[in-house]
Design a protein around this ligand. Structure first.
Ligand code: KG4
Ligand code: ZN
Length: 344
C-alpha cells in the first residue's frame, strides 16, 4: 500500500499568513488563511515592514488552527513545506524560520517551495486527474507568466511581463479611479455593470509571436483618459472605464495563452494566481478554449489567491522528486520559476 504522507505547509510571502495540512499532496485536510488586507487598505497597498510584523504575530495561531482543523498533532507530520521565494524578504523569513524550527525540532524533512510554482499546483488540488503537460497562465499581483509545465518540477517559461504584473495593473488603475485596495475584485465587480467597448484602450502585443506581456502602456492610457476627462470637466463613468480596462487586459492574456498552447501542441490550459479569479478572464478563456478544442481548468477562487494548501501540494511533488533542504535554506525574494536549491 502507498505510504501516507502528512504535510504541514506554510505561506507568508506577501500579506497572507497561511498554514495547511495535506495528505499525499492533493487531499487538503485544512487550509487556514489569515489575510492582512484590512491592515494595508489604508496605505493603498502592502507595506512590507507592517506585513512582516503581522506575520510574526499570526503564524503560531494559524498553525495551531490548521492542525486542529485537520485533527492532527505535530507528531503526525511527516514533512514541512514552506515558501522561500519570490516575495517580500522580511515576510518570507517569518514562514521560513518557523518552518526550519519545526523541521529541526520534529526531525522531519524541510522542502522549500517556489511561490509561483505553488500557484500552478492549486490546480492539482482541485482537479484530481490533472497531469502535466499543460500550459499555465499565472497571473497575480506580482507576476504574469506563461509557463509550459512539461512534467512535475519541469517548467519552460514561454513569456512573462516586461513591466507591471496583471494584478498590479488592476490595483493601480483601481486606485486611480478611487476604488480602493485590492483593486482586482472591485474592477471585476464594477465591470459587470459597464460597457467593455466604451473606451478603446490599447492592447499591447509586443513583437510578432512574442509571448511576453506589457501592461504599463495600458495603465498610462487609463491615467491619461482620467486626466483628460478631468481637465475638460467631463465626468467619467467608472463602470465603463473598469470594463474597458479589464477587457484590454484579458484580450491579450487570452490571445497569448491560446497561442502558447497551439505552439506547444498541448491539449490542456490551466490558469492560476489571484487574477485567475477574474470572471471576465474565466468567461473569455472558456469561450476561446471551447472554440479551439482545449480543455480548461482553474482552481476555486479560494485557491487562486495566496494560500498554504497550494504550497503543500508543490512540496509533496518536489519531495517525491528528491528535493529537501537543509537549515541553510534562505529566503530568495526574486526566485525564478524552475530555480532549485541543492538537494541534500
Ligand atoms: O496571487 P495573489 O493573491 O498574490 C500574489 O501572489 O500577488 O494575487 C493578488 C492579486 C491582486 O493584484 C488582486 O487585485 C488580484 O490578484 N485579484 C484580481 C481578482 N481577485 C484578485 N484581479 C482581477 N480580478 C479578480 N477577481
Ligand atoms: Zn501569490
Amino acid at each position: 500500500m502507498e505510504k501516507k504522507l502528512i504535510i504541514l505547509a506554510l505561506e507568508s510571502s506577501c500579506d497572507e499568513t497561511s498554514a495547511a495540512v495535506l495528505k499525499n499532496g492533493r487531499e487538503v485536510l485544512s487550509n487556514i488563511v489569515s489575510s492582512q488586507i484590512d491592515l494595508h487598505k489604508k496605505f493603498g497597498g502592502v507595506v512590507p515592514e507592517v506585513a512582516s510584523r503581522k506575520h510574526v504575530e499570526n503564524i503560531s495561531y494559524v498553525i495551531d488552527e490548521a492542525l486542529d482543523k485537520a485533527n492532527v498533532s505535530f507528531k503526525d507530520i511527516d514533512l514541512i513545506g514552506v515558501t522561500y521565494g519570490p516575495g517580500l524578504v522580511g515576510a518570507l523569513l517569518v514562514g521560513l524560520s518557523t518552518a526550519k524550527a519545526l523541521a529541526y525540532s520534529l526531525d522531519k524533512p524541510l522542502v522549500g517551495v517556489n511561490h509561483i510554482e505553488g500557484h500552478i499546483y492549486a490546480n492539482f488540488i482541485e482537479h484530481k486527474n490533472l497531469e502535466p503537460p499543460f500550459i499555465c497562465l499565472i497571473v497575480s499581483g506580482g507576476h504574469t507568466h506563461l509557463v509550459y509545465m512539461k512534467d512535475y518540477g519541469v517548467y519552460e517559461v514561454l513569456g512573462k511581463t516586461r513591466d507591471d504584473a496583471a494584478g498590479e495593473a488592476f490595483d493601480k488603475v483601481a486606485r486611480a479611479i478611487g476604488l480602493g485596495y485590492p483593486g482586482g475584485p472591485i474592477i471585476d465587480k464594477l465591470s459587470k455593470k459597464g460597457n467593455k467597448n466604451a473606451i478603446n484602450f490599447p492592447r499591447t502585443y509586443l513583437e510578432n509571436d512574442s509571448l511576453d506581456f506589457s501592461f504599463s502602456g495600458l495603465k498610462s492610457a487609463v491615467l491619461n483618459y482620467l486626466n483628460n476627462s478631468k481637465m475638460k470637466g467631463i465626468s467619467i463613468i467608472k463602470e465603463d472605464v473598469a470594463a474597458s480596462f479589464q477587457q484590454a487586459v484579458i484580450d491579450v492574456l487570452v490571445d497569448k495563452t491560446i497561442l502558447a498552447a497551439k505552439r506547444c501542441g498541448v491539449d490542456t490550459i490551466v490558469i492560476a494566481g489571484g487574477v485567475a479569479a477574474n470572471s471576465g478572464l474565466r468567461q473569455l478563456l472558456k469561450e476561446r478554449t471551447e472554440k479551439n478544442n482545449f480543455k480548461l481548468m482553474f482552481p476555486p477562487i479560494s485557491l487562486c489567491t495566496d494560500n498554504a494548501a497550494m504550497i503543500g501540494c508543490a512540496a509533496y511533488y518536489d519531495y517525491i522528486n528528491g528535493y529537501s533542504a537543509d537549515m541553510y535554506l534562505n529566503a530568495i525574494p526574486n526566485l525564478k520559476i524552475g530555480q532549485k536549491y541543492e538537494r541534500i
